[in-house]
Design a protein around this ligand. Structure first.
Ligand code: FDA
Length: 389
């Protein structure tokens, strides 16, 4: 039997590490339990190894969840500028890539090192398998490495994405055990499968597009893959799609092709459709859309050109599915926020039980938003625990 901790945190990912650091900085006795061999494995692979650790422009509009207001309080309590101050103090060089997305100049490992350094005094136990969690006023966590007890428990074990680096349904099982509901978890920020031979033939082609589903629209790039579609625009829209739902891609945002193609026919009747389209689209994509219309523009009726223009300005894709949790950057859905206080992500019914990070039904856009949520929710939980101790 070990000492009784102020806070036991399960899951040494972004949220757990940050929560442990904030709690340790407040002078609390903290133990962080991780079943994997090392902490922060998702941080290490994030942002192509450079970790898109936050975004300069973060608000509730960048998140999905059954309660779109839930994330506001925690996000306001720990902002991107607060995280940036820590990054600056740690001497980590960074840059803005695009759309407010901040990345490390060298390696994501610097962020993990910073988070570990901030945890001074907190215990980190890796390779720990949690067997049972019980609560009788105090939490008792039985593990393969002994029993840990604490007044407060933070479940920061993430969602189901990328099981091969340690994702489990632990948070959902604990949530249910303590009477909380779940919003059905589903893969998000995930490549989409599209069953059409021509798509696979274009694998590797990328184009700047807008991708739209209902009122949501993202202007980023799309990438054709062997199995369907990926790229930032598609990953973003994937989070909003329900199974079987279609979405629309504009391959030429800001350009009315239905007007441009008939005008080009009058100006250059001997030009081929393929070469005119290639002035606006990647060559392989232009060749694909032109293949049904060989010959010169002069040979094509205006109506056919207008129809093709409209198609390229509003192409409908109906995915057959997604590439699943194995490829999803995040999990949408999760622990239902209706059972939690938005101020600190603590249970409304079990005092001292907190959830942080991706385990909750709070899902950010691509672009550093999910890490900002992990830092902010971990920080909010640590602050509440300090007040309880
Ligand atoms: P996270 O998954 O990070 O951590 C959970 C921890 O709990 C893990 O260490 C896991 O091993 C552990 N665990 C699970 N079950 C357990 C159990 N039963 N017992 C003990 N431990 C257990 N976001 C972003 O903002 N910018 C980016 O650049 C990227 N890039 C990116 C790339 C890739 C490839 C992926 C898959 C994801 C991203 N993300 C991202 C998303 C981001 O990584 C993610 O949202 C956060 O890591 C979530 O942090 P959490 O701490 O909640 O979960």
């Amino acid at each position: 039997m070990r000492e009784i901790y102020d806070a036991l945190i399960i899951g040494a990912g972004a949220a757990g590490l940050f929560c442990a650091g904030s709690a340790a900085q407040a002078g609390l006795r903290v133990a962080l339990l991780e079943h994997g061999p090392e902490p922060g494995r998702k941080i290490l692979i994030s942002g192509g190894g450079r970790c898109n650790f936050t975004n300069l422009d973060v608000s509730a509009k960048n998140f999905l969840g059954a309660n779109p207001h839930f994330c506001k309080s925690a996000l306001a309590g720990f902002t991107p500028y607060d995280f940036l101050a820590l990054v600056g103090e740690a001497g980590i060089a960074w840059h803005e890539k695009t759309l407010g997305q901040l990345f490390c100049d060298d390696s994501a490992r610097r962020i993990v090192e910073m988070l570990l350094a901030r945890m001074n005094g907190a215990e980190l136990h890796c390779g720990v398998r949690v067997e049972t969690v019980t609560h009788d006023g105090r939490f008792r966590v039985e593990t393969g490495k002994g029993v840990f007890q604490a007044k407060n428990l933070v479940v920061a074990t993430g969602g189901l994405s990328i099981p091969k680096i340690g994702a489990t349904d632990f948070a959902y099982r604990i949530a249910r055990q303590f009477g909380h509901q779940l919003v059905t978890p589903r893969p998000a920020l995930v490549p989409l499968s599209v069953e059409a031979a021509w798509i696979g033939a274009l694998a590797g082609v990328a184009a700047p597009v807008t991708a739209q589903a209902g009122k949501v629209c993202f202007a980023e790039s799309l990438l054709f893959t062997h199995r369907g579609l990926s790229g930032p625009a598609v990953l973003q829209i994937s989070s909003y799609l329900t199974p079987g739902e279609s979405f629309m891609v504009n391959f030429l945002p800001g350009t009315r092709l239905a007007e441009i193609l008939p005008a080009a026919k009058r100006a250059r009747p001997k030009a081929g459709l393929k070469s005119v389209l290639a002035e606006h689209l990647p060559a392989r994509l232009a060749a694909h859309f032109a293949q049904a219309h060989p010959g010169n523009l002069a040979d094509l009726p205006d109506q056919a050109l207008r129809r093709l223009g409209d198609e390229l300005n509003g192409f409908t894709f109906t995915p057959s599915g997604t590439e699943g949790f194995a490829k999803a950057e995040v999990t949408a859905g999760g622990v239902d926020t209706r059972g939690l206080n938005s101020r600190d992500c603590g249970s409304k019914t079990v005092p001292g039980l907190f959830f942080a990070g991706e385990a909750l039904d709070v899902t950010g856009w691509l672009g550093g938003y999910n890490f900002q949520w992990a830092w902010a929710s971990g920080h909010a939980a640590a602050k509440a625990i300090r007040e309880r101790c």
